[in-house]
Design a protein around this ligand. Structure first.
Ligand SMILES: Nc1ncnc2c1ncn2[C@@H]1O[C@H](COP(=O)(O)OP(=O)(O)OP(=O)(O)O)[C@@H](O)[C@H]1O
Ligand SMILES: [Mg+2]
Length: 400
């Protein structure tokens, strides 16, 4: 191809109006390149992709615009050489950004014109990464369940034997202390194994008509010692006249307890622990393929365009959560604590999904954290769903 010259070729491609219409409408970026190698037309998607206005694109040497990160790679020259082409590339945009794209080229007419279309793959790459991450986590869960199962029996044997030994020694005997250490460590391992199994093989919720406020009361009772020890101020606010929900109160209590213990642990130097229970209305997301099937029932409960939930907020005034942690806190085994298993939130998330609900976190570093537990209002939304809820992402690692 000759080096492009600044003058633009006269004449128009044969299917001008058709191409114009298609380009205007296309989600992919499209550039029409005239025989001299200059851009004759661009569409809004291409302008967004390259970060250049139509005025800058028009008349520019296409090879200068469609640049990839690979030195010497000339997509446009290649396009003039072949009738049709398709490949993936990483575009270098005007502002120094890099965008993964699928490039398709079509040569037509005599002298040859070229149409270059560019599909932004950023979103798809992100989804692929997400999918791989979920697959990895699901495998990890299954694997650890297998290991946990195998560990359980020998662990029970060690525990029983240590118990027998402990009884044989005088309390003052140093060996009794060792037996005691074995017992304590066995108990710790047993807790981890139980959590692991619970994460990998959650039990089916047994739904019955219950009030969320009852679960809150139970959690406060269960955590009373810790709350007192940490010298926390306790506040609760329950909205009046909330209808009962179909939930498994034991499992929901467990979720709230996990979240509450996290909140308490986040306030080592005191603070306020607050529980709120209320009905919330949220604008329904726009209809689209990403819409969850169970939005439908809840949508009707709040009228068209609205989704209604009962929501429990567990609020702390603790250390807050740094951005990097927010993204990973629902991953199994992710913990920032020396004695944590990192399974508390993973289990909680699974339970919430089994209830057709969701868990979300909103946090400000140094100020505190709010965990939102959303329960759908209709009974059938609380029923266990068929697919493996664990492979879904949390509704939000933070409020989005
Ligand atoms: N309220 C909170 N404030 C600050 N950080 C939090 C809060 N809740 C969770 N986190 C962060 O999220 C991480 C994961 O929490 P998760 O409950 O899953 O595990 P864990 O508390 O570390 O261990 P485990 O729950 O098994 O004892 C925590 O280690 C902590 O860093
Ligand atoms: Mg925890």
């Amino acid at each position: 191809m000759p080096k492009p010259t600044p003058q633009r070729a006269s004449g128009a491609p044969p299917t001008d109006a058709l191409i114009q219409a298609l380009m205007e409408d296309a989600e992919a970026g499209a550039l029409l390149v005239e025989p001299s190698g200059h851009v004759a037309r661009s569409n809004p998607s291409a302008e967004r992709l390259f970060g250049l206005g139509a005025a800058k694109l028009l008349g520019a040497a296409a090879a200068d615009v469609v640049r990839t990160v690979v030195a010497g790679d000339d997509v446009v020259r290649e396009a003039f050489r072949t009738a049709q082409g398709e490949r993936e590339a990483v575009l270098q945009t005007a502002n120094g950004g890099e965008v993964p794209v699928r490039v398709r080229t079509y040569r037509f007419g005599k002298p040859p014109w070229v149409l270059v279309t560019l599909h932004d793959l950023t979103q798809m790459r992100r989804m692929q990464q997400e999918l791989r991450r979920h697959e990895r986590l699901a495998t990890l869960g299954q694997l650890s369940a297998g290991v946990a199962h195998e560990i359980r029996n020998p662990l029970a044997g060690i525990g029983t034997s240590a118990q027998v030994l402990l009884k044989r020694f005088e309390p003052r005997d140093e060996r009794a202390r060792f037996a005691q250490v074995i017992l304590e460590e066995v108990a710790r391992l047993d807790r981890i194994v139980t959590s692991l199994l619970q994460y990998a093989r959650p039990r089916t919720p047994e739904l019955r008509s219950s009030h969320l406020s009852e679960c809150v009361d139970k959690v406060i009772a269960l955590a009373a010692d810790r709350i007192a020890q940490a010298q926390l101020r306790l506040e609760t606010q329950v909205a009046p006249k909330l209808a009962p929900l179909y939930i498994d109160p034991d499992l929901v209590t467990q979720v709230m307890l996990n979240v509450t213990i996290n909140a308490i642990q986040a306030m080592p130097t005191g603070g306020t622990l607050r529980f709120e229970v209320a009905k919330v209305r949220r604008k329904a997301p726009p209809r689209g393929p990403g819409r969850r099937a169970d939005d439908h029932g809840a949508r009707r409960a709040g009228g068209p365009g609205w989704i209604e939930y009962q929501q429990v907020r567990v609020i702390d005034t603790g250390v807050g959560i740094p951005r990097g942690v927010l993204a990973k806190m629902f991953d199994p085994f992710f913990t920032t604590k020396s004695t944590g298993t990192g399974l508390g939130l993973s289990i909680s998330q699974t339970i919430m999904q089994e209830h057709g609900g969701s868990i979300a976190v909103d946090s400000r570093e140094g100020r505190g954290t709010t965990v939102l537990l959303n329960f759908p209002l209709e009974k059938r939304n609380g029923e266990r769903r068929q697919h493996d809820a664990r492979t879904e992402r949390p509704d939000a690692a933070h409020r989005r």
